[in-house]
Design a protein around this ligand. Sequence first.
Ligand SMILES: [Zn+2]
Length: 109
Amino acid sequence: MRQGALALALAALALFGCRQAAGVQAPPARYDTGPLPADLTYDEVDAAEVGAVCRSFGDTSPEDQVLACYVFAKHVIVLPTRASDPVIYPALKRHEEGHARGWPANHPS
Ligand SMILES: [Zn+2]
């Protein structure tokens, strides 16, 4: 990847860190269903490690503010494992899949 493209990808990626500490916003209807990127992958890690993994992909959010993230440049969703956070897992997955379908990072309704 060219240097400029990488810098742009990382800038976009940083915007995709999710910072809601309480409650997880559901995507608007048009981003809530429909096809996902064909090469989408899920990287499920312990809840305590999500922030560090997101940062390893270039997210610049403070580790303790990231519940999950969508890595725009790689089509990767980083989530806590269902076992490590069974209550919030479905909502986080739904939220990040909304981003994977094109829901902008600033969460417009
Ligand atoms: Zn989000």
